[in-house]
Design a protein around this ligand. Structure first.
Ligand code: DAH
Length: 342
């Protein structure tokens, strides 16, 4: 008799071990079957009455073992299923270090423009800006352009109406500044300009200039040369030399172009300076008295100097960029190369 009871209990032990549990529903079935209020182990406890006295202790241990193994299996599977479920939800680990997003880089033109601004700021130049859509007066007439100057041609300039155009240079901001303020005036004027050019490696329909203007009593050519010499050394290095070549602009008299000694080959000769040892970087001159008068500044009392440079040109020289179009394509492979530039 006892043996049959023992066999049933042994059977139950196997049943518990083999019970298939693969998901939360099956686990619940398992719990009801072996641990719930109407579980199938409980009746086996009652059977102890029918077990021979000398085996009661052994049977007691067996049914206790049944209960424990059901509890152990439940705990283990419950733990597994809940950790699998939480793994599925993909909760972010908020204790992890912050995943720093890569920061963008400053555009090389902005880098160089800021450098230019900073150098002139040290000499007391303020910054002025003007509109990119400009009228004929500010872009041409007040700057002493004769009516038949080629820059007024539709071929060279983007005209919007007969009187309005996209400004072709930042010199227009000189006029706006002189019309609205009194000398002493000492300012630089960075900005985008437009010309009707076919786009190529060396020309573009838009680019950037920084214009400079200094108007006061007794401003001389020596001031101009010293200011630009200071700029060239700050921008291209202490041992940079400068030279001025006579030139022509309608709004300056006298006019010049400034070259710097080639900082690439140290004037040994290279393809940057086309084996001349010099590279041109800007135009400049003494403000034409007509221009001062156009802005109602007394040209008997005041004189001034002005200069204008292309930001693209300086950037190309400084960073050896050989295609102007790269500045406007926003190709990150190009832009990323300026990560460390300030
Ligand atoms: N406006 C000239 C240009 O676009 C550059 C320039 C030359 C500006 C001489 C000046 C200057 O102020 O004095 O080519």
């Amino acid at each position: 008799m006892s043996q049959e009871i023992f066999d049933k209990a042994e059977e139950k032990l196997k049943e518990i071990a083999a019970y298939p549990v693969a998901n939360a529903d099956e686990l619940e079935q398992f719990r009801i079957a072996f641990l719930g209020t109407k579980n199938t182990i409980r009746p086996l406890f009652g059977e102890i009455r029918n077990v021979d006295n000398d085996r009661k202790k052994e049977y007691g241990q067996l049914v206790n073992q049944l209960k424990q193994s059901a509890e152990a299996k439940f705990e283990e599977l419950n733990g597994q299923l809940t950790s699998e479920a939480s793994a599925d939800i993909d909760v972010p680990d908020l204790t992890k270090p912050v995943n720093a997003d890569p920061i963008g880089t400053r555009h090389p033109l902005a880098v160089v423009q800021n450098q230019i601004i900073e150098i002139f700021a040290r000499l007391g130049f303020t910054i002025s800006e003007g509109p990119q859509i400009e009228d004929d007066w500010h872009n041409f007439t007040a700057l002493n352009f004769p009516p038949d100057h080629p820059a007024r041609d539709m071929q060279d300039t983007f005209f919007l109406t007969e009187d309005m155009a996209l400004r072709t240079h930042t010199s227009s901001v000189q006029i706006r500044l002189m019309e609205t303020s009194k000398p002493p005036i000492r300012s630089i004027m960075p900005g985008r300009v437009f010309r009707n050019e076919t786009i190529s490696a060396r020309a573009h329909c838009q680019f950037h200039q920084v214009e400079g203007l200094y108007v006061d009593t007794n401003v001389s050519l020596a001031d101009l040369k010293q200011t630009l010499y200071y700029f060239a050394r700050e921008m291209f290095g202490e041992d940079t030399k400068v030279r001025f070549r006579p030139s022509y602009f309608p709004f300056t008299e006298i006019s010049a172009e400034m070259d710097i000694s080639c900082f690439v080959c140290k004037q040994e000769g290279c393809n940057i300076c086309k084996y001349t040892g010099w590279v041109e970087i800007l135009g400049c001159g003494m403000v034409d008295p007509n221009v001062l008068e156009n802005c109602k500044i007394d040209s008997e009392k005041y004189t001034g100097f002005a200069f204008g440079m292309g930001v693209e040109r300086i950037t190309m020289l400084k960073y050896r960029v050989n295609d102007l179009r790269l500045f406007f394509e926003n190709d990150v492979r190009f832009l990323r190369q300026f990560t460390s530039a300030k």
